[in-house]
Write a protein that binds this ligand. Sequence first.
Ligand code: GTP
Ligand code: PEQ
Length: 213
Amino acid sequence: MRVVVPFAPERPKTRLAPVLDEAGRVAFARTMLDDVLSVLSTLDRERGVPVDPLVLSTASVDCGAPVTVDDRQLTEAVNDYLPTSDGDDPVAVVMADLALVTPAALEGLFEPDADVVIAPGRGGGTNALVVRDPDFRVDYHGASVRDHRDIAREAGLSVAHVDSFRLATDVDEPADLVEVLLHGTGEAATWLREAGFSVVATDGRVDVERNSG
Ligand SMILES: Nc1nc2c(ncn2[C@@H]2O[C@H](COP(=O)(O)OP(=O)(O)OP(=O)(O)O)[C@@H](O)[C@H]2O)c(=O)[nH]1
Ligand SMILES: C[C@H](OP(=O)(O)O)C(=O)O
């Protein structure tokens, strides 16, 4: 499977500004990318699922996969990598901020035999996709999961949805760090712990706190 991983290394994860300064957000975004690439590599090497990854980055980045630098908007850039004619190989698009992703979760994404497979993100986004038909194009931001369903249906394409906690959890806001600390098994979870983050439960609410000492 060709897998495109969009990544914006400069000024990333602005919604985490309440808990991480810019240098921290840059470093943390990078650990999440590394986790996603490591899972793709495990799928290929250990589980017999051929994976051909490409990091589609807005700026140069040195990581464990081929990189194409493309500073266009996300939607425009991704659309250039989707199948253009019948018979082209399918393409998966997997976001770089899926800190809980596992090989099994991606196998679940690749499995359905639909023209378009959608893994919704919490909050209306589209965290991962598989596109098997040249008539589908992405339109990210806003309620993109709804837009992607509409685009597929208007083109007469079959759509499958993947019901996965791990694929639905993209890390956008401070509350998402709770999920990374509780369920993450990769570098991103380790990075957060080493940066002093931990989970606290107070008055029935679960949150993160940071011990900066
Ligand atoms: N290639 C590319 N990737 C992008 C772009 N914008 C975001 N991404 C990546 O797309 C995924 C989803 O990004 P978002 O959560 O929407 O945006 P973000 O910049 O990471 O975070 P915010 O600043 O909080 O919106 C992440 O893997 C980003 O690194 C872009 O313009 N081009
Ligand atoms: C790119 C965007 O990501 P979000 O901002 O929802 O994390 C989307 O999935 O449409």
